[in-house]
Design a protein around this ligand. Sequence first.
Ligand code: PLP
Length: 397
Amino acid sequence: MTSRFQELSDKESKYFFHTYKRLSLDIVRGEGSELIDRDGKRYLDFFGGLAVNALGYGHPAVLTAIREQSERYLHLSNYYIQEPQIKLAERLIKASGLRKIFFANSGTEAVEGVIKLARKWGKGQGKTTLYALSNSFHGRTMGALTLTDRPKYREGFDPLLPNVGHIGFNDVTALNGAVNENTLGVVLEFIQGEGGIYQVSREFADSLQELRRRYGFLIIADEIQSGVGRTGKFFGFEHYGVQPDIVVIAKAIGGGLPLGAFLGNERVADTFEVGNHGTTFGGNPVACAAGVAVMEQVIDGRLMEQAGRTGEMLLDAFHGMRAELPALIKEVRGRGLMLGLELTRPGQAVVDELQRMGILINCTNTTVLRMLPPYIVTRQECDRVVAALREVFRSLA
Ligand code: PLP
């Protein structure tokens, strides 16, 4: 660690509320799938800015879009119609098959907007209760936090929103017992990210659709982590043949700039009226221009399919490792480039050892090694990660 980094780290401890556990890495630059520290050491980044850096670092299409839009204008306010917003809206509406969009700055803000949209839609219909699933993560602002199930995020912040309940993940009986004509909606990650890469079962997804037909509630998909091509399809729910009424995205869509959005179908298209919702920065034109570049690369440039194929190859390799080391690797989960290896012991030692070897991954839920690499990651880079993991696992087993 350089003395410069020690100085930065001391100032961080002195000046910041202690909300983050920072990594002991002094990153000065990113290139492609790699991060480079002050000493010039390169790290292969399978942490991926927690699913933001889908195109890696310094992607020319994103940089060009940002440069060109910054020279036109950085901000106008939402009093103005802005071409980058319109272009991105058009692409997202086409990709989702939904009707209307609202741009926010982040995932949690987009979730807040969705809670408002759903509540307004349910007024007068007697539909009041929103359900989310156990082990879910939907953000940290008060509404999104109420949907988030995990105690470690919620404790100390009571009272949260009323009329929100939680249903056991993949528990079809609990789902049947919970929803009725008073249900406003069910909010879910079809692939849970923070919770440890757990996929909704087909049975649960089918029951959800069937119950929506019966009771008329909204299906609200949180695609903040799984969306924008990460799982090999544009949205995680596409693997289930479900068409949600509302979809939330953020993270990868801004190409590294802060951007979130929610989209809704014809059922909710006319719910909001002028003044019902708004934001100063949401839909920032530079972020939206970057978003258009992301869409072009992910869809037209077929990076989404590449993410799917690369993910299959990695999953195969991880299943092979599990067969070899079942006492250490409990389960392999995921789709596309949203991957989790659940260990039978805490994963931090593996994360630390990989970092020493120049590879960055994340550990969530104590025992789950989570990998969210950029879609541009190459076969050779994946082989390197697989070989390194195998070496570390063997030394631990
Ligand atoms: N929903 C999901 C599924 C997420 O993974 C996250 C962030 O990790 C959020 C919501 C919150 O997004 P943000 O951190 O942009 O507020």
